[in-house]
Design a binder for this molecule. Structure first.
Ligand SMILES: [Zn+2]
Length: 482
């Protein structure tokens, strides 16, 4: 069954590797794995001519010497995989203990919330292990402790505490609206003199490629922005406003209306002259500020394309040791060359093998005023899933306006790599939370499968992935705007 569907166009030209017999296992590693009755195992035996058995069961060896299989785990608390490779009269054996993640490792059930009182300031403590982009990012509140993402809270915002549960704290945003953050990200603060904050003086200022909507506000507020066809809705919490305040049209904004929704919520409804490319909320010099970006002119000329070579830190490793972060950097560099030749302005969020945080990657793209952000990855299965489960091309997205980009990239990267276009998947991965530009994350193919790893080792594999990225961006930039 292994690779039956994937004995793909690219499978025929895996270069033969015929080194000495040596068993290397890339997965499972020493860390506990969350598995039930079967486990993925992938690695190399050093030669494409060797044969391999895992717990007595024959596992195919690719011409590269790589293998990947999903095998039954022996019963017991400390199961092990017995690998036996043969090449001619030589035999190599290796025992791989599987550290099973036990039920006790599961997160504890939520403690019962206890009431809390007083105000807090949301802020992240300085930490020498974190870069400045990570320290500056908003604190993402969640609807339940550690649960689904709610809204980003800007650092410095003052909010009343409602409840505590374990190491989480619930903050009231408005009547009937509350969200949780880690208690470590909040410090006690004096109640503000003015609560709620009165918002006034709605202003619209058109600029090059963006329109700025501002409101006079006594201090920074929590808020969020939703895109609905033809409109943007900007909700601010802990605020009140005089009714019926409106501002004249400007730039991409055809009109704006300020509305007190009651209970501490103020809504700014913006009607737009076209779909926005993105937006950004800041608090500058006593004003809440929402910048709304227009789509650039169709085509690649002048388009700033942020290419994000996934990892390090972390990242997966293929059966014969090809690292995800070296594949993603090679693909991003190749795609950047192609985009520059077509008149676009590519920006790489990482240019060497050193680790770059997710927030720093977004900060680089934002500083460059990127029009679009494409994170480049290759896949490996999570614990308890077979290697083939991540074959094919998947593209992850979060905001619905990014879905057209995700769709074209799924098809173009799949075509470039000779893969099956599997799915576009909604996800709240950190890089997908960007709002200033559409951001998607591409998992081109499965690095954990020997045939795919061998393809990605070749210049053709890297070029195929890169050309697929470029064709997708080109189709998105040229196509009818959403
Ligand atoms: Zn990755």
């Amino acid at each position: 069954v292994v690779l039956a569907a994937g004995a793909c166009r690219s499978g025929g030209d895996i270069p033969m590797v015929d080194g000495p017999l040596a068993i290397e296992v890339r997965y499972p590693a020493a860390e506990p794995v969350a598995v039930t009755d079967s486990v993925s195992v992938w690695g190399s035996v050093g030669s494409g001519r060797a044969t391999l058995r895992v717990n007595g069961r024959r596992v195919p060896v690719a011409p590269s010497g790589g293998f990947a299989a999903f095998v039954a785990l022996p019963a017991g608390d400390r199961p092990a995989l017995e690998l036996e490779a043969r090449l001619g009269r030589e035999v190599a054996r290796r025992t791989v203990p599987v550290a099973r993640a036990v039920a006790g490792d599961a997160p504890a059930p939520h403690p019962v919330p206890e009431p809390a009182t007083g105000w807090v300031r949301v802020r992240r403590l300085p930490d020498p292990a974190l870069d400045s982009a990570t320290l500056a990012r908003p604190v993402f509140a969640r609807w339940t402790p550690g649960g689904a993402l709610a809204i980003p809270l800007p650092q410095g915002v003052l909010l009343p505490a409602e409840a505590r549960a374990g190491d989480a704290i619930r903050l009231r945003l408005a009547r009937g609206v509350a969200a949780w953050i880690p208690a470590a990200d909040a410090e006690p603060a004096a109640a503000p003199a003015a609560a709620p904050v009165t918002l006034r003086a709605l202003r619209i200022t058109p600029g090059a490629g963006r329109t700025v909507v501002t409101l006079e506000a006594g201090r920074v507020l929590a808020g969020h922005v939703e895109a609905v066809p033809g409109r943007l809705r900007w909700t601010l919490y802990g605020a009140t406003a005089a009714p019926g305040s409106a501002a004249a049209a400007g730039g991409v904004v055809a009109g704006a209306e300020l509305r007190d929704a009651g209970g501490g919520q103020v809504v700014v409804d913006l009607s737009l002259r076209g779909a926005p490319l993105g937006w950004r909320v800041t608090w500058v010099a006593g004003r809440q500020r929402l910048e709304v970006r227009e789509h650039p002119a169709p085509g690649l000329a002048g388009l700033v394309v942020a290419l994000d070579p996934g990892h390090p830190p972390l990242g997966s490793t293929g059966p014969t040791g090809l690292r995800e972060d070296s594949v993603t950097l090679a693909v991003a560099r190749d795609a950047a060359r192609r985009l520059a030749a077509l008149g676009a302005r590519p920006v790489l969020t990482r240019t060497d093998p050193l680790p770059v945080s997710l927030d720093q990657r977004l900060a680089v793209a934002e500083a460059a005023d990127a029009h679009v952000f494409v994170s480049i990855h290759v896949n490996a299965p999570g614990d308890g899933r077979p290697p083939e489960s991540v074959d094919g091309t998947r593209v992850y997205w979060l905001d619905p306006r990014t879905l057209p980009l995700a769709r074209v990239l799924k098809d173009s990267v799949a075509a470039g790599l000779g893969q099956v276009p599997v799915a576009t998947v909604q996800s709240s991965l950190a890089v997908l939370r960007a709002t200033w530009f559409p951001a998607v994350l591409v998992e081109g193919t499965a690095l954990s499968l020997p045939a795919r790893e061998a393809l990605l080792r070749t210049p053709q594999g890297v070029a195929g992935y890169a050309a697929g990225v470029v064709r997708g961006v080109l189709a998105w930039a040229a196509g009818p705007l959403p």
